[in-house]
Design a protein around this ligand. Structure first.
Ligand code: FAD
Ligand code: NAD
Length: 471
């Protein structure tokens, strides 16, 4: 065994671990990074990047078959599924150098391609190395949760880890789970010409405001995705040429099955008991500053049991670097963390939903609504289905929900508004280029002020009085 000492040991080279390692090493700290698998973790290799690349192919296909309204003949797209997967692989390959071992070694990080396992509260074993570190960051992410459905283990099923190796287009894709993974992949495959059936035990997109989620679900159904909500899966069986899922008294037959029912934290084999790091089923237990029960050890990203997004792992990393390197007090602010699901239309959220805001603020909250149909660019592009809702308390937004074209882009402004505590007047006062979808944000703030200005007798009296004094 080779004994090693370092300032910072990072376990896992995914979105969270890489961000911590890069930040710390570039500040001159000695960093060792452990990764037994592919550099870049889930987001690059099995998550965000491949899913968004597949969605991009699907959007192309959809536009080809829906062009006639624009005066361009619609055509039935010829989908070469293997070539679609080549595009997915190429997207990963183009981004991979950013997360590569060589790039991180260039920052001064020592990368060891071994799994880490605690031997004691201060020592971690990785292959032939025993590493002692002043601070340790666990960033081991999550993996697909496989539910205990009778028969599931006896059939060949896909997860987000294996979907990208598929070369033949599924004739009929069955999807268990109507969350972000299930619905992004369901719509993309439908647009690529597959029959698709989604079986959801509860409500699809259940984290989202139901009014906003309904817009997405209606579009999916219009495009031909068979979506069964409140249908608990009873069993899965295989016949000679198909897989059958029995749910809610119905039998769904398909050629391929995708399981997308949530994530499980990667905790096993880490020896967390020896490290005196406490866990629950959701993940590693952390305080507001991401410290675990072992004060020298932090947990970030998916393994920390909170919202599971790449930008959240990156945000955690920034906080940990500040605290571990400079001793600065840090605190996770859940209310500033946005999320977006990249269906068409997209659905995005930051801060409180309408229901949460009403629950927290009662009648002090004002709900400001603006449908997309008033946006000139959305009309010109025939993408005017959508809605913005912003929850406002005493002139400041406390939450924003958006469903529609580019919702994931539009939510960024409200994420800034919440993190910088901007007022609605700040949003109303900004000037945005015409004609853009982004005008919706400013127009919504205008909608907040309209009744105050234009339906207010005092304002009208004062304005009339001022006219008499003006030269
Ligand atoms: C299909 C899909 C689509 C997604 N799309 C989006 C999206 O569009 N936007 C978004 O924000 N998020 C998206 N996500 C979520 C996002 O991928 C995760 O939130 C993010 O990857 C979490 O980063 P992480 O660093 O916590 O974990 P990971 O990226 O999973 O990295 C963990 C790393 O730790 C390594 N590891 C595990 N055990 C050990 C050990 N014992 N020792 C050393 N290393 C170990 C693993 O090999 C892995 O490389 C998506 C996820 C999926 C599955
Ligand atoms: N655009 C994005 O940012 C994006 C995209 C994909 C994934 N992600 C991340 O990955 C996480 C995991 O996504 P996910 O969709 O797998 O999980 P999820 O937990 O968000 O949704 C899973 C769905 O499966 C349902 N379900 C659970 N067990 C079931 C069963 N036995 N039968 C039928 N339905 C069942 C649940 O009710 C739920 O609606 C997300 O929460 C998100 O954090 C993000």
């Amino acid at each position: 065994m080779q004994r090693r000492k370092t300032d910072l040991l990072v376990i896992g080279a995914g979105s969270g671990g890489l961000s911590v390692a890069a930040g710390a090493a570039q500040m001159g700290v000695r960093v060792i990074l452990l990764e037994p698998g592919e550099m870049g973790g889930d987001c690059l290799n099995h998550g965000c990047v491949p899913s968004k690349a597949l969605i991009a192919s699907a959007q192309r296909a959809f536009r080809m078959s829906h062009a006639s309204a624009f005066g361009v003949a619609s055509v039935e797209p010829q989908v070469d599924y293997a070539a679609v997967q080549d595009h997915v692989a190429e997207s990963i390959a183009r981004i991979a150098p950013m997360d590569s071992q060589e790039r991180f070694e260039g920052f001064g990080v020592e990368v060891i391609r071994e799994a880490g396992r605690f031997l004691s509260p201060t020592e971690v074993q990785a292959g032939a190395h025993v590493i002692t570190a002043r601070r340790i960051v666990i960033a081991t992410g999550s993996r697909p949760r496989i539910p205990p459905i009778p028969g599931l283990s006896d059939v060949p099923y896909l997860t987000n880890e294996t979907l990208w190796q598929l070369r033949e287009r599924p004739r009929h894709l069955l999807v268990i789970g109507g969350g972000p993974i299930g619905l992004e992949m369901a719509q993309a495959h439908r647009r690529l010409g597959c029959d698709v059936t989604v079986i959801e035990a509860g409500r699809a997109l259940s984290r989202e405001d139901p009014e906003m989620a309904a817009v997405v679900l209606e579009e999916l159904r219009t495009e031909g995705v068979a979506l069964h909500e409140e249908h608990a899966v009873e069993k899965v069986t295989q016949t000679a040429d198909s897989i059958e899922v029995t749910a809610g008294g119905l039998r769904h037959s398909g050629s391929h099955l995708l399981v997308a029912v949530g994530r499980a934290p990667v905790l096993d084999a880490l020896g967390l008991g020896k490290g005196k790091v406490d866990t629950t089923a959701a993940g590693i237990t952390v305080d507001e500053g991401l410290r675990t029960s072992n004060r020298r050890v932090y947990a970030i990203g998916d393994v920390a049991g909170g919202p599971q997004f790449t930008h959240v792992a990156g945000y955690h990393a920034g906080l940990v670097v500040r605290n571990a390197l400079f001793g600065l007090p840090v605190k996770v602010k859940p209310q500033i963390l946005p999320r977006a699901t990249y269906t068409s239309p997209e659905i995005a959220q930051v801060g409180l939903t309408e229901a949460e805001a009403r629950h927290q603020y009662g009648d002090k909250v004002e709900i400001v609504r603006l449908p997309y149909q008033h946006n000139d660019r959305a009309i010109a592009q025939r993408q005017s289905a959508g809605l913005l809702k912003v929850m406002v308390v005493k002139g400041r937004p406390v939450g924003a929900s958006i469903v529609g074209q580019q919702a994931g882009e539009l939510i960024g402004l409200w994420a800034l508004a919440l993190s910088a505590r901007l007022k609605m007047s700040d949003i109303a006062g900004m000037v945005v280029p015409y004609p853009t979808i982004g005008e919706l944000n400013k127009r919504l703030a205008g909608t907040y002020f309209s009744p105050r200005l234009f339906e207010n007798e005092t304002v009208k009296k004062v304005t009339r009085a001022v006219q008499r004094w003006l030269p």
